[in-house]
Ligand binder design. Sequence first.
Ligand code: NAD
Length: 473
Amino acid sequence: MSEFDWESILPATPLGEIEKDIQTLRQGFRSGKTLDLNFRLDQIRKLFYALYDNVDAIKEAIHKDLGRPVFETELCEISFQWGEFNNVVSNLKKWAADETVKGTTIQYTLTRPKIRKRPLGTVLIISPWNYPFVLTISPLLAALAAGNTVALKFSEMCPHTSLLLGKLCTEALDKEIFKAFQGGVPVVSEILKYKFDKIMYTGNHRVGKIILDAANKYLTPVILELGGKSPVFVTKNCQNVSLAAKRALWGKLVNAGQTCVAPDYIIVEPEVEQEFIKACQYWVEKFYRGGVDSDHKDFTHIATPGHWRRLTSMLAQTEGNIITGGNSDEKSRFLAPTVVAKVPDGDSLMNDEIFGPILPILTARSVDEGIRYVHENHDTPLAMYVFTDNASEGEYIQSQINSGGLIFNDSLVHVGCVQAPFGGVGQSGYGSYHGEDSFLAFSHRQTFMKQPHFIERPMAIRYAPYTSRKQKA
Ligand code: NAD
């Protein structure tokens, strides 16, 4: 049993059952039932009602696992997910319809090329613990909508939520199209021995590489939703520095910073540095009415003892100035919202993704110096946030740094736009999902066309012998 005792809550799937379960999913796919769009929609509706009818229990389970305020769960997970169900149900038939290929050259006029969106087969989804509802159900919905059968490995780090969601999904869905797998590394390792038609993994880089190695054996395509250090620029052209601090802090402190797209660190220009620091102190005070301790109802706790130790040790080693927060409690895995100013290059807070409620502020002499820092240290972040009121400066920063997503003058909210693709680039992962991109992520776009018999004469030129007459034609 690990130090984090999830196994007493969440029984692991017996290793001996895994092969049989995956075979069942393969048979389910071969049966052809998922090709029928009405079958898919029926399954999706059953899944929706199973979750909708149990939403209070889901919120409660997340609260038990993460100590997260229920309101935050409603805001960041539940409402988003209902929006996605609605989007899929309203659009599935349109997305799945054959597409006519337009603008072809004359020789394809009669063959009428089209694109069919075919399911891939049996896919594997491995989900994380930090947003255990949305980061599990959203990929599942995508894979089902595209007509696949699905093996879903829930995260052991949020045992109450994984137990409940595994049960609800299993009860709602056809036994041949969905299987829930629970457990830790031995279970994932066993599952990865088998062939899948696609794997989607959400989590950290280290495990991402393990998934890629396993996928390599069968040349399985992979979607990697990873993390990284997402920068925030606050430039001297930002007119409302207080609002910038308020919005960046909100993105940092939701779920105690355990958000893949959380602002990881601030790059501020000297002209607005002091104002930004003061505004951070003001807003932390204001959000939590005078201070946060481990009993505060509006602040999430750190998910595991290991993550808590990692964060507090990073903080103990920083050479920056802690301007607010810093207090912690090991027993309840609490770490207060903490802002650290004057953080030097190479500081303990600047090596890896923080994934906790610590916000380092780096002062850069210019926007270009900030851009250079990102290029040299944490290139291709999952998200970037730019607070400026100078449109051409914003355009310039956007042109210089490639990030998974970008928001001007806010943080986080791009994730909630269910119609737009979400995903990383370079080090922050590849493949995107949400909306139609979710459907396409789990589909194969098959080109097909039909050659009429009657055009054989004009096509005679292509057959050997390649006579000189043909070559001159
Ligand atoms: P995690 O450790 O819970 O890993 C996720 C899954 O990987 C779990 O199901 C777990 O059982 C499995 N796993 C863990 N170790 C394994 C191993 N050695 N072999 C095989 N499987 C293993 O997730 P985490 O790393 O704590 O999650 C946090 C990271 O995920 C952060 O870097 C964050 O930025 C990133 N993240 C990214 C997104 C995104 O959408 N891009 C979303 C959430 C989290």
